[in-house]
Design a protein around this ligand. Structure first.
Ligand SMILES: CC(C)(COP(=O)(O)OP(=O)(O)OC[C@H]1O[C@@H](n2cnc3c(N)ncnc32)[C@H](O)[C@@H]1OP(=O)(O)O)[C@@H](O)C(=O)NCCC(=O)NCCS
Length: 365
């Protein structure tokens, strides 16, 4: 059986997350994301995803202190990041930094400790290369700040406001895990060869980089900038449809109704103070674009995906566009690690078949 893009093909059984496309529901380890956003911290969800249960106080403290300890990059990783020219993109710097972690410990069986080491390091790598690119002084981690707040602190050198930390943490919690998406699949394929966690995360970062996956929110900002005002929504979208272009922030392989993450992020954006003309345009454009997509692509059930309001959240906390995909990765690395560990626990190497449809040479006699 041939399924282009492995559409609807079940490739793994997982206990990590359930993405229920027709109902528009997402659960991590059996807990709805709506509940996770309001009742769990990032660190608690991290523990839940890696271990399958909510941490008690002692377990939570262990996770928090492991994250703190691993905020200082090994000397050689610092040197490698500092040696990168500023033209190297943040996603490429992340991939390079993570692959430089591989040592004898990593080539042995993947553990939660290794996962936490890389989860703690990723935002530090992003902040280091970002500040190097901007020619700014590097910022030391702040042991009084949680994972999310410390990320903002190391990027900006300014103590983040509670509103900004909460907005970013909402986004991170919603994007930490999402079943067998392209980057998670890439990571699972890599670890299925009995390779190691640094290799799996490196594969995942390379896959996340593409505009059809992690690169979409920056495309949403470009789209809304191009639209500019409500009267341009229809002509801009009609022209893109005529040219056969994809509208960024819409459509999903699994969700055939509203993406639950998009609904939560939209509510978050609307409830934040400082609602502005840009956000008004985003909410008006959302309705109109769904209508136009339905007109041009009837029956395809194209709705806003998480990236549409991710762009709005990022903009509301003054996150520069080039940091959108790296920030998505800072969240999703938790899911990548959980899946790599799950794959190792019951491994079969991924090796699908291909059907040769190329030219045939003459039979030699
Ligand atoms: C996410 C995405 C890759 C899923 O793609 P998919 O499951 O492979 O869906 P398909 O490519 O088979 O699309 C089905 C149909 O809907 C159309 N379609 C899907 N997403 C579309 C979009 N964003 N804009 C315009 N048309 C779209 C396709 O052109 C196709 O039309 P056809 O049947 O006439 O060929 C796709 O919706 C997309 O490219 N979206 C934009 C990028 C984005 O926002 N990515 C973030 C995902 S979280």
């Amino acid at each position: 059986m041939f399924q282009k893009g492995l559409k609807d093909v079940v490739a793994v059984h997982t206990k990590i997350a359930d993405v229920i496309g027709e109902k528009g529901e997402l659960q991590y380890r059996g807990v709805q994301v709506g509940q996770l956003v309001t009742q769990y911290s990032f660190e608690q969800i991290l523990y839940l995803l890696l271990n399958g249960q909510r941490p008690n106080q002692e377990q939570l403290q262990e996770v928090q202190s492991a994250l703190l300890q691993n905020r200082t990059l090994p000397q050689h990783v610092q040197a490698i990041i500092d040696a990168l020219p500023s033209e190297v993109s943040l996603m490429d710097a992340m991939r390079t930094g993570i692959s430089a972690f591989c040592d004898r410990d990593f080539v042995r069986k993947t553990s939660n400790e290794q996962a936490i080491q890389l989860i703690a390091a990723l935002p530090v790598i992003v902040a280091r290369h970002y500040r190097n690119q901007q020619g700014l002084e590097l910022i030391e981690p702040d042991a009084n700040l949680n994972h999310t707040a410390n990320y903002l602190w190391m990027l900006t050198g300014v103590s983040p406001t509670e509103v900004h930390v909460e907005a970013l943490e909402t986004y991170l919690k919603l994007t930490m895990e999402h079943g067998l998406n392209a980057s998670t699949f890439a990571g699972r394929v890599t670890i299925s060869t009995e390779s190691d966690l640094t290799a799996a995360i490196t594969s995942a970062i390379g896959t996340m980089k593409g505009p059809l996956h992690g690169g979409a929110p920056a495309g949403v900002i470009d789209l809304l900038n191009e639209i500019g005002s409500p009267e341009n929504i229809q002509p801009v979208i009609e022209e893109k449809m005529r040219r056969g272009e994809r509208i960024m922030g819409f459509g999903h392989r699994v969700y055939k109704t509203e993406d639950p993450r998009s609904v939560i992020l939209r509510d978050k954006c609307l409830s934040m103070s400082g609602r502005d003309a840009w956000l008004d345009l985003a909410t008006t454009a959302e309705k109109e674009i769904i209508r136009l997509l339905d007109k041009h692509k009837p029956g395809r059930k194209l709705y806003t995906n998480v990236e549409y309001y991710a762009a709005a959240i990022m903009r509301s906390i003054d996150m520069p566009t080039e940091l959108f995909t790296p920030t998505f990765s800072v969240a999703r690395i938790v899911g990548w690690a959980a899946h790599a560990i799950e794959q190792q626990q019951d491994n079969t190497i991924f090796r699908p078949q291909s059907v040769y449809v190329g030219a045939f040479s003459e039979k030699s006699c």
